[in-house]
Structures are given as structure tokens and as C-alpha cells.
Design a protein around this ligand. Structure first.
Ligand code: B12
Length: 250
């Protein structure tokens, strides 16, 4: 088990001491940051502070120093957002602060995206991606899109608050064989099932594979609503897309 003293960044140590109360979350967070390089810890600390200029600069510096884009994403940006999520849930911070952190996350992601999307190869297939109706969370969806593009998929991004009709329209227009839905709210998760029902009603369910994801979504929930697959993170999303489209791993 990693010890908090193994984390070199003082801000991150303080954040954990002060805000992460649940033992399993504390242990998981310490474990992640103990493995993270100091530069990654600094990115996470700036993200938690909602300081987009510093996240922007440090992300650029890390990539220029040859650190892998995936490492920056996992151990800097996503790890930082993990602490933000816990503070938000526990009412230590509120929507305006989370929005600032989300902006900082995007400032970092803007440098990661071109690297992950630079595959420059014949598309493996077309994927329609969107966050479901009523839901405005797009960070996770955008990470999945980056990873899909980086793995050679062509992705049509429908953005947030996507109605079932909009998903149907896009699948028909682009003749896509795969579609992914994201939901971050327990109140919007049922809209995934409603979208699948809309495909059934439109007699289009057999023409498209449907994958789902988002923090509150589980494999059981995906099975219950009749989705073809569930992925827990952006890497799983890519593996799932390849499996559902039956394409070779590249
Ligand atoms: C950032 C954030 C916001 C930002 C969103 C900014 C943006 N542009 O996205 C803002 C401030 C706008 C916001 C608003 C709200 N939020 Co909010 N938010 C968050 C927060 C802190 C982080 C979400 C995030 O980006 N995580 C990081 C990404 C990388 O993770 P991810 O989204 O899970 O995505 C990964 C996987 O799930 C997966 N994945 C995602 N999508 C897909 C799709 C497919 C197909 C696949 C295979 C995989 C996959 O891969 C991704 C990458 O690894 C979460 C806390 C949390 N722990 O999730 C709360 C959280 C989701 N929000 C919450 C709430 C309550 C709200 C509000 C209702 C608050 C309010 N009172 O207004 C509003 C709702 C607005 C709306 N209508 O959508 C609650 C939801 C509780 C619940 N039970 O439903 C949470 C859980 C916080 C909490 N209370 O604990 N939020």
C-alpha cells in the first residue's frame, strides 16, 4: 500500500488530507499520485485550482519533455479531476469551481488531442458519439472521442444534450454502424434506454451497434437497457468499438 508521504506535491497531499474522507477513495487516490511523476502532480494541482493557464503551460512542457500523452491524460488531468469530483460530491466546492476545473481540463486536453488523433490512416469505421438528452457533461465523451480518433476511427461528435431523434438522424445520414452514448447523471441515464427504444421504434436497431458509458453506468445497466456494450473508460471504449465493429486491433 502506498503512503501519502510518497506524493511529492504538497498541494496534492493537502487536498487528500483535507478533502478525501472515504478510506477506499483515499487509498486509491494516494496509490495513483504516488505513481505519478512530479510534473503530473503539478498538472493535477493546477487543474484542481482551476488555473487553466498553468495547466495549459505544464501540459505543453510535459509533452515537449517527451512524456506520453496518455500518461499526461491519466496521471495529470484525469487524476486531478478525480479529486475535483470527490470535493464536488461532498459539497466542498460548487458548480462555478467545477466549471473552472473543467475549463482547465480542456486547456490541457487541447494539447493531447492532436497527438492522440494523429493516426492518419484509413478509418477503421465511423462512430457517432454524443452525451444523452438533458446531460451537459462532455469531458469523458471527448476523451473517448480523442482515443477513438487516435486509434483510427472517424468520429462524428453530436455534442451534449442529444435527443434520440438527433442520434437516429446522424446514424442514418452517416450510415454509421456504431454509436456511443455518454451519461453522467443518474437522472439522464434512462435516456440511454429511451434512445435505444427510439431506434427499435424506427426499425433501425439492427443496423447499428450501441455502446454506452459514463461514471454512473454499469455493465448490468447496459445489459438491462439492451445496449451492445459498456466501457468503463476511454481505453475500454476503443477496445469495445473494435470488438463491436469486428475490426482488427491496430
Ligand atoms: C465536471 C463536472 C461537471 C461540469 C461539466 C463540465 C463538462 N463540460 O463536462 C458542470 C459544472 C457543468 C457540471 C454540472 C452538473 N453536474 Co456534474 N460533475 C462533474 C464531475 C466533477 C466530473 C465529471 C468528469 O468530467 N469526469 C472526468 C471524466 C474523464 O470521466 P467520465 O465522464 O466518467 O468519463 C470516462 C468514463 O466514464 C468513460 N465514458 C464516458 N462516456 C463514455 C461513453 C462511452 C460510449 C464509453 C464506452 C465510455 C464512456 O470514459 C471516460 C474517460 O475515461 C462529476 C463527478 C464525477 N465523479 O464524475 C460531477 C457529477 C457527474 N455532476 C453531478 C451533478 C449533480 C451535476 C449538476 C446537476 C449540478 C447542479 N446542481 O447543477 C449539473 C448538471 C448539468 C447537466 N444538466 O448535465 C453529480 C451527478 C450525481 C448523480 N447521481 O447523478 C456528479 C457525480 C458529482 C457528485 N455530486 O458527486 N458537472
Amino acid at each position: 500500500m502506498a503512503e501519502i508521504g510518497e506524493i511529492t506535491n504538497e498541494v496534492i497531499r493537502q487536498e487528500i488530507e483535507e478533502f478525501i474522507e472515504r478510506p477506499e477513495e483515499r487509498e486509491r487516490t494516494i496509490h495513483t499520485f504516488a505513481k505519478a511523476r512530479p510534473q503530473m502532480q503539478a498538472i493535477a494541482a493546477a487543474l484542481i485550482d482551476g488555473d487553466n493557464d498553468t495547466v495549459d503551460q505544464l501540459t505543453r512542457d510535459a509533452l515537449e519533455a517527451g512524456i506520453e500523452a496518455l500518461e499526461v491524460m491519466d496521471y495529470g488531468l484525469i487524476a486531478g479531476m478525480g479529486i475535483v469530483g470527490i470535493k464536488f460530491r461532498q459539497n466542498f466546492i460548487f458548480v462555478p469551481e467545477v466549471l473552472a476545473c473543467a475549463r482547465a481540463m480542456k486547456a490541457g486536453m487541447k494539447h493531447i488531442e492532436p497527438i492522440l488523433s494523429a493516426a492518419g490512416i484509413e478509418p477503421l469505421g465511423k462512430v457517432i458519439m454524443g452525451t444523452v438528452k438533458g446531460d451537459l457533461h462532455d469531458i469523458g465523451k471527448n476523451l473517448c472521442i480523442m482515443m477513438l480518433r487516435g486509434s483510427g476511427f472517424e468520429v462524428i461528435d453530436l455534442g451534449v444534450d442529444t435527443s434520440p431523434d438527433r442520434f437516429i438522424e446522424a446514424v442514418e445520414e452517416h450510415q454509421a454502424k456504431l454509436m456511443g452514448m455518454s451519461a453522467l447523471l443518474t437522472t439522464t441515464m434512462p435516456n440511454m434506454g429511451k434512445t435505444i427504444e427510439a431506434f427499435i421504434d424506427a426499425d433501425l436497431r439492427d443496423q447499428v451497434k450501441i455502446m454506452v458509458g459514463g461514471a454512473p453506468v454499469t455493465q448490468d445497466f447496459a445489459d438491462d437497457m439492451g445496449a451492445d456494450g459498456y466501457g468503463k473508460d476511454a481505453l475500454a471504449c476503443v477496445a469495445l468499438a473494435k470488438r463491436l465493429l469486428g475490426v482488427e486491433a491496430r
